[in-house]
Design a protein around this ligand. Structure first.
Ligand code: FES
Length: 110
């Protein structure tokens, strides 16, 4: 297990969500009600970078074709509009352990 610094705690609190590059991964981060979430930040449909989140539901919607993911567990909630029959159960995104350590948010992508 290797922790990587990906954001400042205050920066993430102000932004509500953020993307960070960790090695070969792009990780999408969010914080709500004091809890941190980290999920693969690349859409499983056509590899668009995810960067938009509904702060109340913690759902992120891909800007390309509208697929929706739950950042708390990586589940694909809504398939892409151009592939409505896509098997959502096969296209969820990986989530990662995430923590605060002092002034920084850290993620383990290993
Ligand atoms: S690239 Fe995300 S829904 Fe198509």
């Amino acid at each position: 297990m290797t922790w990587h610094k990906v954001a400042g705690v205050k920066t993430l609190e102000q932004a509500k969500s953020a993307s960070a590059k960790v090695g070969d991964h792009i990780v999408y981060l969010a914080k709500r009600d004091g809890k941190l979430y980290a999920m693969d930040g690349v859409c499983s449909h056509a590899k668009c970078i995810l960067d938009d989140i509904d702060e109340k539901t913690l759902k992120t919607k891909c800007r390309f074709h509208g697929a929706e993911f739950d950042i708390t567990n990586g589940t694909m909630l809504v398939p892409p509009s151009i592939a409505p029959d896509m098997d959502k159960s096969k296209f969820g995104l990986k989530t990662f352990p995430v923590r605060e350590n002092g002034m920084f948010v850290e993620v383990d992508v290993d």
